[in-house]
Write a new protein. Structure first.
Length: 259
């Protein structure tokens, strides 16, 4: 299932679940107040403080982690552009006859890398482009090694091959970085704590006989939006928070490679 749909369903689930938990907690609170007005609130402050404190800590933890990974992904885009650009320039060290085939492979490789990340919402298409890029890495390496051997130039070997190795390493780091996310149990715990906090908040609201819709809806909306922003930050190619603008450095590099 498309992640955008999954994320939307998750947030809708949080919205509906939080609203339902508030109502359940409120009704339990009303019944408890009717039976034991003096003991209904006894000790609840400590439990409420512990649950909401843990909820706030987990929201801060997941949001901070998502922001750090977002920044790391942007940095890796720039690093990949720099590494490809350096290797491209060092192709000048090879004999003129060996350069055109390698430069064409570079163009195909960068096209595959750009397409792979643009198609991330479509997992199968993205994997196909990544596989094509990996195959092109092997072809580029083999052709470069052969060209360096034929050139008999030690400077070409010492400068070009390490640059290619760096280019491939950065590509691997960036590809693996896409899959770096917290364990699913973290998000499950976040959802459980949101529902538990809603239940306790509803129980506290049961002290009043009349529903306080302003506070109830404010709580539900804030919790739902917080969860959505965290998920959107964690997956910056499928929601409102986008990282595509940083792909422009790779697009500009590809345009500079045109003959």
């Amino acid at each position: 299932m498309h992640f955008t749909l999954l994320g939307t369903l998750a947030v809708l689930g949080i919205f509906v679940g939080t609203l339902a938990a508030l109502e359940v907690g409120r009704r339990v609170g009303i019944r408890r107040m009717a039976r034991d007005p003096e003991g209904a609130q006894a000790g609840s402050g400590v439990i409420d403080g512990a649950v909401f404190g843990l909820l706030g800590l987990l929201i801060a933890f997941t949001f901070s982690g998502a922001a750090e990974r977002f920044d790391a992904r942007r940095t890796m885009i720039v690093e990949e552009a720099n590494s490809i650009g350096t290797a491209w320039l060092r192709l000048d060290l090879l004999p003129q006859a060996a350069q055109p085939p390698l430069r064409e492979k570079f163009r195909q490789y960068l096209d595959a890398r750009l397409a792979a990340f643009q198609k991330i919402p479509e997992a199968a298409a993205a994997k196909a482009e990544l596989a094509r890029a990996t195959a092109l890495q092997t072809e580029i390496w083999n052709q470069a090694v052969a060209a360096c051997r034929d050139a008999g130039s030690q400077s070409a070997t010492m400068l070009l091959l390490p640059a290619l190795n760096e280019m491939f390493d950065v590509a691997a780091s960036r590809t693996n970085g896409v899959a770096m996310h917290p364990p699913r149990i973290i998000y499950m715990l976040l959802g459980v704590l949101v529902l538990a906090g809603s239940l306790l908040a509803g129980y506290a609201m049961g002290v009043g006989r009349i529903r306080n819709w302003v506070h109830a809806m404010a709580f539900v909306v804030v919790m739902s939006v917080a969860v959505y922003v965290i998920l959107d930050y964690e997956y910056p190619r499928v929601g409102f928070i986008r990282i595509e603008s940083f792909d422009q450095v790779l697009v500009d590099l590809r345009q500079s490679m045109n003959p």
